[in-house]
Design a protein around this ligand. Structure first.
Ligand SMILES: Cc1cc2nc3c(=O)[nH]c(=O)nc-3n(C[C@H](O)[C@H](O)[C@H](O)COP(=O)(O)OP(=O)(O)OC[C@H]3O[C@@H](n4cnc5c(N)ncnc54)[C@H](O)[C@@H]3O)c2cc1C
Length: 449
């Protein structure tokens, strides 16, 4: 089967690219290959992530520079979602709730005040609120809290909680309406990619595919394929599983806590469930595991192949975990998953948000939470934050830890531009239309074409 472009991976990254290519370019022969029978079944599933469209306004682990980039990309998803709702009505793709980041104590309050000064230009709808307003929005933040504790929050009404798994289907269904000739191959596992002449041969369990250009959007598996073709040799993956605890509706919206400097993972937050606002989810935790996919034990060997059998990644791990803050954090997070002890220990984190939460109110969410492929750079022996894109000759590999779902369309935009180069000017990308519809939302789409 011959294609101009093949996308490997039917998560939110791969399907967003499929949408971008069909709506904004004239490439006709596109194939998307997914190993499972369903789209969005791994990290993009609503069960596996925090369901948050991250803009960078309440995520205190983002610098202004990062927030600038993430906001542009998250705006694309927001505009797509709002448009879908306007055209098709509520299809359960997302809910909108208020959101805030809460500072507790003198030092955090001062840090948040400074942050507001720096970030309010980029996020004009962000408000700074004190104890009284916090209590009006989220009464359980004040219940049982020391009245002398200093509190401050940055809040907005624009909290998007998204079912990114469902979003995959939305992208594919819209793409199919535009180009009925595109092919989506489910239950098709890519076993090997080989370079052949100017293109690629893709060997799968169901047959052989040919493509002029390839984008691998297979989460942590992308690095495995990159290495098999000689790219990304200097990288390894630290697979950080995230678990959640759930309880009844103790919060009305999203409540984030302040990031501990140095830690590359989001601090614990409380969020309403996308399909049931009467459930509040707390998490995610961050525990290293030796699998490329959570709950898929057959990915153990693949994990080590991707990690690399040499002294370099081991030295990197030793260097990273020798930092006392990181080591203690990892240790605490391993405990959170242990029955009995875990819940007692995690309650301390939840009580930073809801001080009087009772032991019986929350429970460990079984089989909920995926794993984030954090990139280890074995040259610097450091963790690289954010997504990694390895660009090869007519092939791109995307490795997507958080906030990879929020940036799916931005990533698709970048890949679409590169693909136009790869395909030697035979096709065109209507970049202005992309910007108009998804960045500025000047054109409200009334139908798919
Ligand atoms: C605990 C946790 C919380 C998170 N919270 C957020 C959040 O709130 N907001 C946010 O934006 N991001 C969040 N993320 C990150 C987000 O979930 C991911 O970045 C995003 O889902 C990645 O999408 P993807 O399509 O790149 O990967 P995936 O959704 O993992 O999709 C990859 C696809 O490739 C397929 N595949 C793999 N190997 C093969 C093969 N050999 N052949 C064919 N197909 C293959 C897989 O089956 C899968 O369907 C979170 C992640 C975790 C783990």
């Amino acid at each position: 089967m011959k294609h101009d472009v093949i996308i490997i991976g039917g998560g939110v990254s791969g399907t967003a690219l499929l949408y971008s290519l069909t709506r904004y370019t004239n490439v006709k022969h596109i194939g998307l290959i997914e190993k499972y029978a369903a789209l969005g079944a791994v990290n993009s599933s609503h069960k596996m992530n925090s369901q948050t469209l991250h803009f960078g306004d309440i995520e205190t682990n983002y610098t202004l520079e990062k927030a600038n980039k993430v906001k542009r990309y998250a705006d694309m998803v927001m505009n797509y979602l709002e448009n879908e709702k306007a055209v098709r009505g509520d299809e359960g793709l997302f809910i909108k709730v208020p959101k805030m980041v809460l500072a507790v104590g003198k030092e955090q309050v001062r840090t948040l005040q400074e942050r507001y000064l720096a970030f309010s230009k980029l996020f004009p709808r962000l408000n700074i609120i004190g104890r009284e307003e916090i209590g009006q929005m989220e009464p359980r933040i004040l219940d049982g809290r020391d009245p002398d504790q200093e509190l401050l929050a940055l809040m907005t009404q624009d909290g998007y909680t998204v079912d990114f798994g469902k979003l995959c289907y939305s992208f594919v269904n819209n793409a199919k309406k535009i180009n009925p000739e595109l092919s989506v191959y489910l239950s098709t596992k890519v076993e090997k990619i080989e370079k052949q002449g100017d293109g690629f041969i893709i060997l799968t369990n169901t047959g052989v595919f040919e493509a002029k250009a390839v984008v691998v959007a297979a989460g942590s598996h992308s690095l495995k394929f990159a290495k098999s073709l000689g790219y990304g040799k200097n990288y390894s993956i630290l697979s950080m599983a995230g678990s959640f605890y759930t309880g009844p509706k103790v919060l009305n919206g999203k409540v984030y806590t302040m990031q501990v400097p140095k830690l590359p993972f989001a601090a614990v937050h409380g969020d309403p469930e996308v399909h049931d606002e009467n459930i509040t989810r707390f998490g995610p935790t961050a525990k290293p595991i030796f699998f490329l996919e959570r709950y898929n034990y057959s990915t153990f060997t693949e994990y080590w192949k991707t990690f690399g059998f040499s002294i370099k990644p081991i030295l990197s791990i030793i260097k990273i975990s020798s930092d006392r803050v990181i080591f203690n954090y990892l240790l605490r997070n391993v405990v959170y998953d242990i029955p009995w002890f875990g819940k007692r220990s995690f309650l301390k984190e939840v009580r930073k948000i809801v001080p009087n939460v009772k032991h019986g109110e929350i429970k460990f969410a079984r089989k909920v939470g995926g794993t984030r492929p954090q990139i280890i750079n074995n040259s610097t022996k450091k963790l690289e934050l954010g997504e990694a894109k390895i660009v090869g000759d007519r092939i791109i590999f995307n490795i997507t830890p958080s906030p990879g779902a929020s940036t799916c369309l931005g990533n698709a935009f970048e890949d679409t531009m590169k693909l136009m180069d790869y395909l030697s000017g035979s096709f065109t990308f209507d970049r202005d239309r992309f910007e108009r519809e998804l960045v500025e939302r000047k054109t409200v789409l009334t139908s798919v074409r």
